[in-house]
Design a protein around this ligand. Structure first.
Ligand code: FRU
Length: 418
């Protein structure tokens, strides 16, 4: 059962999430999230809150600053329709002493400083002293306004400083932003190449970390495989050992999700990066492998991503939720956890209940509440953090299991700086 093959991070070996793997998706108690009651609490009345990540160090550990736990979230004014939030998204931040009752601190960047017309998900890393590096998706054209049809995405960086006193946390800086990566058309599909495709495009969600093996700094991100949408033919590596009779629908070739990789150029101040081949391809399986991130646990590399029911390729089904893969190194022959990659999916009677799971090194999984069905047959929109869940991993058996449900929005740091 053990997976051993490890490749140089710069090599062109790309692991596959195959159709055969995805056909094994089978929700059960070990991988289904508990129902969230319709009277869930809100963390703030001010903003919709969705994709969330903790302040981390380069080793991927959530860190507190002067005793304050700190998280970053995509936010939008709570008086707009929940579904319109993506087009007005900004990165906001919260701080807390107990890691579960959060105070909203406002937006991270000064007004009009970021690239794109809205800020989408990323990661925020504290380095020496009080230096904080924010990585985000510059979504939409610069000054593009509120335009849902504008799907351009680039990866961006800005540097700032963190401050705290007994009353809370605040940030300064973040005035000079740099675009650090754009799709190249060869490894990663450009927006133009995607336009013949039937479904949404991705070049987003940078997650920055230092690989404990080679000590180089990398970013994972969500991409689509390069080339004009539809020009690809699903091959045996992508299909895998499917049961007899499984037919690959023709349109599966349009689904080109991948987990991309960037490497920081040596000596660079976090602004100069190189595109590397993706670590994992979901070609012919799924169009979206969103918010990829990593946990190195007991020597194994666990690659996590979130995906939706509607982004699976034709002929496949999986719930909205968290999917995971395990390998022996950063670039390795990742195998899906639980045979299929499904780690935590929404219950089938609440298929949009929550989303955007983020696994921390302590195996706590935070996410936000999306849309909860109500007893009267309607729905209640969340836009607030969901109960944190806890999973256990068996690396040798390549399995995961849901073991506990913890308080809403419980995101404890692992250590405090300075
Ligand atoms: C996941 C996601 C991210 C993106 C953001 C946009 O919920 O789609 O991939 O950065 O939401 O709102």
């Amino acid at each position: 059962m053990e997976t051993k093959a490890v490749f140089h991070p710069g090599s062109t070996y790309v692991a596959n999430w195959t159709r055969a793997d995805a056909l094994k998706i089978a929700p059960d108690d070990s991988n289904t999230k508990p129902r969230i009651p319709e009277d869930f609490p809100l963390m703030t009345e001010e903003v919709w809150v969705w994709d969330t990540w903790p302040l981390t160090d380069l080793d991927m550990e959530p860190v507190a600053y002067e005793g304050w736990n700190i998280i970053f979230s995509l936010v939008a004014p709570r008086d707009i329709f929940f579904g319109d939030r993506h087009w007005q998204a900004r990165i906001g931040y919260f701080y807390s002493q107990d890691a579960q009752s959060w105070t909203y601190g406002g937006e991270l960047f000064p007004a009009d400083s970021s690239f794109g017309s809205r800020e989408w998900a990323g990661s925020t890393v504290i380095t020496e002293d009080d230096d904080v590096h924010a990585f985000y998706t510059a979504s939409g054209r610069d000054d593009g306004g509120i335009d849902p049809t504008d799907a351009l995405q680039r990866l961006a960086h800005a540097e700032g400083r963190i401050h705290a006193d007994d009353d809370g946390v605040w940030f300064t800086g973040f005035e000079d932003h740099t675009i650090i990566a754009e799709a190249d058309g060869r490894l990663y599909q450009t927006l133009e190449q995607s336009e013949s495709g039937p479904i949404i495009y991705a070049f987003r969600d940078p997650f920055v970390f230092r690989d404990p093996t080679d000590r180089q700094i990398y970013a994972l991100f969500e991409g689509n495989n390069g080339g004009v949408a539809g020009s690809h033919r699903c091959d045996r590596k992508e299909i895998g050992r499917v049961p007899p009779g499984h037919v690959v629908p023709d349109d599966a070739r349009y689904y080109t999700g991948n987990i991309g990789l960037l490497r920081l150029n040596r000596g660079s101040d976090f602004t100069s990066w190189r595109l590397m081949p993706p670590l994992l391809s979901a070609e012919c399986v799924n169009q979206q492998t969103e918010r990829p991130h990593l946990v190195v646990h007991e020597g194994r590399y666990y690659l996590w991503t979130i995906s939706h029911e509607f982004t699976f390729a034709p002929g496949l089904w999986g719930p909205d939720g968290l999917y995971g893969f395990v390998g022996a190194g950063l670039r390795s022959d990742y195998k899906p956890l639980n045979g299929s990659a499904l780690v935590l999916g929404n219950p089938q009677d609440a298929p949009l209940q929550n989303y955007s799971d983020y696994v921390m090194p302590n195996l706590l999984v935070e996410s936000f509440i999306d849309t909860v069905p109500t007893a009267d047959g309607g729905v209640r929109y969340g836009g607030t953090l969901a109960p944190t869940l806890e999973i256990e991993l068996d690396g040798a058996a390549r399995t995961s299991e849901l073991v506990a449900e913890l308080p809403y929005g419980y995101i404890p740091a692992n250590r405090s700086v300075p």
